[in-house]
Design a protein. Structure first.
Length: 721
């Protein structure tokens, strides 16, 4: 559709408020206007006050109206607004403006010369939103309520409400109204000036538009996409165009979750190749008449809880074994990994978000990294979290770019202007982002999520667009060590081949090893066989889905209504323990002569606080006690601290002598510049009675000193010095 600035004049065959329409029934324009005025002036709230009259006096620009109030006041009028909103809403706004003028007349004693001030009526409703997929032709021109997430917002434009036209022949000036939304104006074909004798009569279509004399309002278009959790598996998410005007303009940034009331309208799209020649084909869009932002990011989707549910949740939280029961519900198909399950439970519930007096925000979301051998159910954990978290986005490291994770700037094909589209971290605002194959991501893409993980914002400066988007998400990442599996002969630094900057942002880092023990293998094998054997039973399947749904609701309830804080005793205990941990790490670094592979910083102290709060949240407790801190410290010890201590241990004096002997033998066998297979060298030295682990450690130390170099996937050794 062309803009008014291009000087195009629109024609329309749609008259506003047609007469004798059976849809209008007994309600006429005059009676509707009178009833709307009565509603604003005389509707009484629960406290016996007049809410709409008071709102209008305090804020004269717009008037929020609940459809339920209109229903109770006059059901027929409410029905008309639902069925014919384009006709009745302008009447409602006129009524509001007239009531405001009369109220001002009484209060200030002003003269009522003309109603110049416009009032925008914003509608809201408690009914359930309908799915974006079910919006069809039967909803056109009706009031609809849908929810979704904004993925793009255009620049603000000026839309004419009244166009001033001038006759090019007789200079007669005429002002005509425009249809709201993306619609045009109804322009008369001829000038109504009566030609005097001797004057030339005005031709057909004599009008020239006078842009400076026309009346305008602000207008903006948004792109609303289905919520990620509402998209059916295997389908692409649908999106729809929204048109906002006046006071709704520039209130929404991409990544915001919205529930909107609007009029499902149509417009003629210009310039698209498909539409050329297709006169009857129109593009749908929604003219927004009310916005409800989900301010609490955790309230996505299932926010209304029944009294029975609340009672059940409170009873469950009071039980002594509630923590153990929640952990047993986390990925029940996976055998063992109890500490990982407890960490994932903490991640799902999250800590408390805080805002300091100076405006600094502290995150409450917990980030967890699972690093280790293949086939240790890391991806299964990620898939379970995607299914259980109220809001979740799953992505794989290799298939994710920096723009796909954060935000991308896209050029609109019709208007040629740039707009911003949010990526996975923005779409999962208030939920969890699961990143599989974290180690396979390119370094520059991984750097893009540094800010999102700690500051929980994404700063964009692309194509002249400079903005900050919210990404208040937890990150659950799974990665393999560089060699594919965890190598005990290497140091922790070599096994965890990630930068310190990203490691410090993870609250819990688990090293998941595939330990080969006969008893454990037997238990795992029998568990997996049971899972596969009982997979097809319908009753069990429905039980599992009910359990998952219950857990999802419980997580949501806890996140919405419980914001725990540390008790004084727990805070002092945590402070002493943190100082102790720092002392140990410093001592360890001094003895080893190298810094710890995983830094223990203030971020880790904050991590323990967040974990303590999430444990208190599971119990719906407003205070995190010493018991919660003790469990948080235990989890931290078995994860991040173990990872920091893992890898190669310090050799004894006896081992050092053996390593030196092996190094001498390697130098004898390999001259400088010579090439040899690693397997052959190890076989030759083991035949001499040396142990393979000592030979591998000797090769590792020589490689670290740059005496040896590995080639062809570590199969060939080259002696350098």
């Amino acid at each position: 559709m062309s803009g008014w600035d291009e000087g195009a004049v629109f024609y329309s065959d749609q008259a506003q408020f047609p007469r004798g329409d059976p849809d209008h029934g007994s309600v006429t324009r005059h009676s509707a206007l009178r009833k709307f005025k009565e509603f604003i002036r005389g509707f009484t709230g629960l406290k016996g006050d007049f809410p709409y009259r008071e709102m209008l006096v305090h804020n004269s620009n717009y008037l929020p109206v609940a459809m339920e109030d209109l229903d109770s006041f006059d059901a027929e009028l409410s029905d008309k607004i639902r069925k014919l909103p384009a006709d009745y809403l302008p009447l409602f706004e006129t009524a509001a403006a007239e009531v405001l003028a009369s109220l001002r007349l009484k209060v200030d004693g002003q003269t009522e010369d003309s109603v110049t001030e416009e009032v925008q009526v914003l509608l809201s409703s408690k009914e359930n939103p309908i799915s974006m997929r079910s919006l069809g032709a039967e909803y056109i021109s009706k009031l609809v309520k849908i929810s979704g997430i904004t993925i793009a917002a255009s620049r603000t434009k000026a839309k004419a409400t009244y166009v001033t036209l001038m006759c090019r022949n007789c200079k007669n000036v005429k002002s005509i109204p425009c249809r709201p939304g993306l619609g045009g104006a109804i322009v008369p074909r001829s000038c109504d000036h009566v030609a005097q004798p001797g004057e030339e009569p005005c031709p057909v279509d004599p009008w020239i538009m006078v842009p400076d004399k026309s009346k305008y309002v602000d207008q903006q278009t948004l792109k609303l996409q289905e919520n990620p959790e509402d998209v059916p598996t295997g389908e692409l998410p649908r999106n729809t165009l929204l048109s906002l005007d006046r006071h709704l303009v520039q209130t929404i940034v991409p990544g915001t979750r919205l529930t909107i009331m609007g009029i499902y309208s149509i417009y003629q799209a210009s310039g698209s190749a498909v539409q050329k020649g297709a006169v009857a084909v129109r593009q749908p869009y929604i003219r927004v008449v009310g916005i409800d932002q989900d301010h609490d990011t955790n309230s996505g989707g299932l926010s209304s809880f029944t009294v029975d549910e609340k009672k059940e949740f409170l009873e469950f939280a009071q039980r002594r074994d509630s923590y153990a029961r929640i952990c047993s519900m986390i990925a029940p198909s996976i055998f063992g990994h109890d500490n990982v399950k407890k960490a994932i439970a903490c991640l799902l519930f999250g800590g408390s978000r805080k805002k300091l007096p100076d405006g600094v925000r502290l995150r409450g979301d917990i980030n967890v990294l699972l690093l280790g051998d293949p086939s240790t159910a890391k991806s299964q954990f990620l898939k379970f979290v995607e299914k259980t978290a109220p809001i979740a986005v799953y992505t794989s490291g290799k298939g994710s770019s920096a723009a796909g994770l954060t935000a991308s700037v896209i050029r609109d094909s019709s208007s040629r202007e740039f707009y911003l589209e949010g990526g996975a971290m923005v779409l999962a605002d208030g939920g969890v982002v699961c990143i599989d194959e974290f180690d396979k991501m390119r370094v520059e893409d991984r750097v893009a999520i540094h800010e999102a993980m700690e500051q929980q914002t994404i700063s964009i400066a692309k194509a002249g667009i400079t903005t900050v988007l919210n990404s208040r998400t937890s990150v659950l990442a799974a990665a393999n060590p560089p060699s594919g599996r965890y190598d005990d002969l290497k140091s922790a630094q070599d096994n965890i081949d990630l930068q310190t900057t990203i490691l410090s942002r993870f609250d819990l880092i688990f090293i998941v090893k595939d330990v080969r023990k006969y008893d454990q293998d037997k238990l795992i094998a029998s568990h997996i066989i049971k899972v596969h054997a009982g997979a097809g039973m319908a009753t069990k399947e429905s039980d599992v889905s009910d359990k998952d749904n219950w857990l999802k609701r419980f997580i949501q309830y806890c996140r919405m209504f419980c914001k725990p804080r540390l008790s004084d005793a727990a805070a002092s205990m945590l402070q002493n323990k943190y100082l102790e941990i720092r002392q140990k790490i410093r001592q360890q670094a001094h003895e080893a002569g190298a810094a710890a592979p995983i830094p223990i910083t203030v971020r880790q102290l904050e991590a323990i606080i967040r974990i303590s709060e999430s444990l208190a949240k599971m119990r719906l407790s407003s205070e995190a006690t010493e018991e919660h801190v003790a469990e948080a410290l235990r989890l931290f010890n078995v994860s991040t601290m173990d990872a920091a201590r893992s890898g190669i241990s310090e050799p004894t004096d006896e081992m050092r002598k053996e390593i030196q002997q092996v190094e001498t033998q390697i130098r004898r066998r390999m001259g400088i510049g010579s090439i040899m297979s690693e397997r052959r060298l190890i076989d030759e030295l083991t035949r001499m009675g040396m142990s393979e682990s000592i030979i591998r450690r000797a090769l590792l130390t020589m490689h670290q000193r740059d005496e040896l170099e590995y080639k062809r996937e570590r199969r060939i050794i080259v002696r350098k010095a």
